[in-house]
Structure formats: structure tokens, C-alpha cells
Design a protein around this ligand. Structure first.
Ligand SMILES: C[C@H](C[C@H]1O[C@@H](n2cnc3c(N)ncnc32)[C@H](O)[C@@H]1O)NC(=O)c1cc(-c2ccc(F)cc2)cc(O)c1O
Ligand SMILES: [Mg+2]
Length: 214
């Protein structure tokens, strides 16, 4: 029977990456997606920008919206301090099943809580279900037209504090125009754009980093 793209990505990890070595998992996925089959991971070029923001923020509590196969989940988790926690939301059950295995192969499951469900449903429940106070870092990488409503939801639910950082993928390609317009025009955020390229291609893309000012 036919395999799915997430299954083929997991296969590449199990074949080429070392168990318990998150960076080898990241490298195996990048090599597979660059040489064999494009996939919508944040990728190596934008991934370096992600790494620098994670290292700068040094977050205790992270929210990732849109797990897919867990590439950026593993990339972020590999940089977190010992007791830090990364919550990642994925509503496609098949993608979640694969991501759990990629996260386990990397050996970062202790730092990661993968929640299978939609961001709109789960963001309002993070405080009561997981005892989250506020997020130090939010990585937006899910449906691009959900970036703005979910940012407003995070504000309304009191999940952002002075200094919380939002990092949004794909603000150029596929693009998140409403989100960019809102966040760049809002006095409560200080934003900057990191120009880059769509993963594994020469197409223009970039990440928008926004600090919540409270
Ligand atoms: C949206 C996907 C990523 C994942 O997000 C989950 N998801 C969604 N909405 C929710 C929610 N509301 N709650 C929880 N999970 C949620 C989903 O099931 C996918 O697994 N990402 C993309 O579509 C994406 C697409 C491209 C892309 C670029 C050029 C092209 F020609 C074609 C595609 C590049 C990227 O870098 C992406 O990131
Ligand atoms: Mg993306």
C-alpha cells in the first residue's frame, strides 16, 4: 500500500538519525526533504533563525502551533533548559502519530507535550489543563489564516506577559497578510522581520518576530 509523506519522513529519521540525538534527527529530515521530497518543515535556513531566537529567549514555557512531523518541535526542544516545557498543537491525527515517533526517536519526549487538537479549542484550556501561566515563546506555523485569531486568543486568555516573544513562519510564502498588518500596526508589539527563503527552495520567505510589551 502507498505510504504517506509523514511516514516517509519518519522512515528517513529511523534509517539515518541516531536515537537520542535531536540534531541528527533534524539533519536527517533536512537531507531527505532537500534531496528526495519537499516537505513543509521550517527547514535548515529558517531553522537557524529559529535556533537563535530560542537561544536568546531561553524559554521555560513554549507553545508551538502546527507540529506536522515534529521537525521544529525537536529543533526547539534540543535547545531548551532542563525543566523547560514545549507544548505543541497538531489537529491532524495522522501527523500527530508520526510526530510522536519522531519526538521519541530524538529522545526529547520529556520536554514535549504534544496535544492532538485544534489551536482554537486548546489555547483557552492551557491554564486549567496544563497549569500554564504564560508562554515565554510562541512559534506560529499552522494554518496561516489562524495566526491572527489565535494571537488575539492568546492575549484574551492572558497567556502572554511583558516580554513574551511570538515567532511566525511563512509570513511571505504562503503569507499571513492580516497577521502582519495587525502585529506591525499594534503599539503593544515590537516587531522585526528576518528575511529568508521558503524551506529547501530559493523562493522568498521569512520569519516575523514580535515582542509583546504588555
Ligand atoms: C499548516 C501546516 C502545518 C501543520 O499545522 C497543522 N494545523 C493547521 N491548523 C491547525 C490548528 N488550528 N491547530 C493545530 N494544528 C493545525 C496542520 O495539520 C499541519 O500539520 N503548515 C503549512 O501548511 C505550510 C505550508 C507551506 C507551503 C509553502 C509553499 C507551498 F507551495 C505549499 C505549502 C510552507 C510551510 O512552512 C508551512 O508551515
Ligand atoms: Mg511553516
Amino acid at each position: 500500500t502507498q505510504s504517506t509523506q509523514p511516514q516517509r519522513i519518519l522512515g528517513a529519521v529511523q534509517k539515518n538519525a541516531t536515537r537520542g540525538d535531536p540534531r541528527s534527527v533534524v539533519k536527517a529530515i533536512d537531507q531527505y526533504c532537500r534531496n528526495k521530497e519537499w516537505a513543509m518543515n521550517v527547514g535548515d535556513e529558517k531553522g537557524c533563525i529559529l535556533d537563535s531566537v530560542v537561544s536568546e529567549v531561553n524559554p521555560s514555557t513554549v507553545l508551538e502551533l502546527g507540529t506536522y512531523c515534529g521537525y521544529s518541535t525537536v529543533r526547539i526542544a534540543s535547545l531548551l533548559p532542563p525543566n523547560a516545557k514545549l507544548f505543541t498543537l497538531e489537529f491532524n491525527p495522522h501527523n500527530a502519530v508520526i510526530a510522536r515517533q519522531v519526538i521519541a526517536w530524538a529522545g526529547v519526549e520529556d520536554k514535549v507535550q504534544l496535544i492532538e487538537g485544534a489551536s482554537g479549542d486548546w489555547i483557552p484550556k492551557m491554564k486549567e489543563h496544563y497549569g500554564v501561566k504564560t508562554f515565554d515563546l510562541v512559534f506560529l506555523d499552522h494554518w496561516k489564516d489562524r495566526y491572527l485569531p489565535d494571537t488575539k486568543l492568546l492575549e484574551e486568555c492572558g497567556l502572554l506577559r511583558k516580554g513574551s516573544v511570538l515567532l511566525a513562519d511563512n509570513v511571505i510564502f504562503p503569507g499571513a497578510p492580516e497577521y502582519l498588518e495587525y502585529i506591525r500596526g499594534n503599539q503593544r508589539y515590537e516587531s522585526c522581520f528576518f528575511k529568508s527563503h521558503l524551506e529547501y527552495t530559493k523562493a522568498l520567505d521569512g520569519l516575523e518576530k514580535s515582542v509583546f510589551l504588555g
